[in-house]
Design a protein around this ligand. Sequence first.
Ligand SMILES: [Zn+2]
Length: 566
Amino acid sequence: MKKANMPAQQKSLQIIPLGGLGEVGRNMMLLEYEDNVLIIDAGVGFPQEDMPGVDFIIPSIDYLKKGGKLQKKILGLVITHGHYDHIGAIPYLLGKIGNPHVFASPLTKAIILRRQEDFPNQPKLNISIVNPKDKIELGPFKLEFFAQVHNIPDTLGIFISTPVGNIVHTGDFKFDQNPIYSPPTDFASLEEMGKRNVSLLMSDSTGAEEFGHSFSEEVIMKNLEEIFKNAKGRIIAATFSSLINRVQQIIALSEKYGRKVAIDGYSMRTNVEISKKLGYIKSQKNTLIKPAQIADLPDQKVTFLGTGAQGEESAVLMRIVNREHRFIRIKKGDSIIFSSSVIPGNERTVQVLKDELYRQGAKVFHYKMMDIHAGGHAQRDELKRMIEIIRPKFFMPIHGQFSMLFNHAEVAESCGLPKENVIVAENGQIIILGQKSISLSKRTVESNLVMVDGLGVGDVGEVVLRDRQNLSKDGMFVVIVVVDRMTGKVRNSPDIISRGFVYLKESKELLYNTRKRVVGIVEKAAGSGGAVNWIYVKDEIRNKVGDFLYAKTERRPMILPVVIEV
Ligand SMILES: [Zn+2]
């Protein structure tokens, strides 16, 4: 591949974030050298509040694939850990980019394969297991994996030797000397890397706006234990199904306090199954029970574990609160644990959910220290320490909203890195790393949000979304007119169907005047006989009826004119 007559120092490496920079989630990063592309992570993001009906968002691969043809040589996909914001887009993207080889730790691999079963039409994945200290070579890149502590076991960081210098990609991490069920942070490995002349450090920014040090899993465990100690009734815990450490803690505490654990929800059950099989979740023989069995136990012997701390519509907690769950209703004395933080954008939904839980008699525990973000990600003191250990020449904050990236960049500068050596980039920008320089290219690549709604991937675009937004704001208004082709006269009175705009039964006058206007518009255009431009007529109805309704109601429903010639 390499042309021998070209001196290597003239070439540079391109780093291209396709997702995860300027947002929490949807992580995907490309490293490109001479058209060879290494991909790190392929995650989903959660839709924002202005995306009604969208299940989640994934990165765009337009840069890798144009007109059905791969533009680059893809060397492989390396996954840092099993959270959905790092693996969730795999079933949607991999088949489209030639099903490249995947490298992941044992638990991550198991979670990816389990999820892939839900997509039977996708090609079989080729996944190789990698463990800390393993080395692999992919084209011009030499990768070495190292263990990181996060809130899911088997999390990896990556040391990457490239022709222009060494890069450290932290993945998601926190520094924890007392994690509950995994080895503590491997400072020896980090320090060893710090001695190897690291050119660029790319580090997790999710916790960069929080001062101090993240809570150790041990502290989180103690806080959880307080709840278990004091709970008289049932404990209902809601968390992400991928927050394996938290699930394990809840199981262990339940055993300690004589409770059985009913695990509910498909994703939660399968993740627990996988983790148990690989030994990442341990439980005694009779601890785990089926949700139906809780009815046979006294309240103080029950822990109910499910998803839904984000207020997700179809999650277990939501079904319980809406009284749609088959086996459980909230009752006085229940203790509800929200054990994951609110993803930006979901705050209101979660607040409504909490209020409703209190209304139904439960007590809600929602400690910030149990948050997935605050709990799983390094905060300023740790981020600073990471930079001081790795001692990179250049620094680039990754994973987080823009404010998080910005704050992380400030941390780097406070460690003595010159401002020009710190790059704050966003999705779609191209970062050019040379042997002695780093810069942002003026060029950008396609990095728009690809929306997934049910079975559709990418078919909900700007237009569909705008329609949904309008419909959700002011509703819709359908006008059906039957026109006599021969005379150009409107037959009968136009029909009006409306949803979400006004209550028709109470708006007789408005409808009467609207109909009158519609007849006027149509007959003016069609009454003269000859060829009639019906597109023009429909536009006229849309505009004039729209203006009229706005004048009367100050609302702008979506107007759908239907003209039928007979
Ligand atoms: Zn994570």
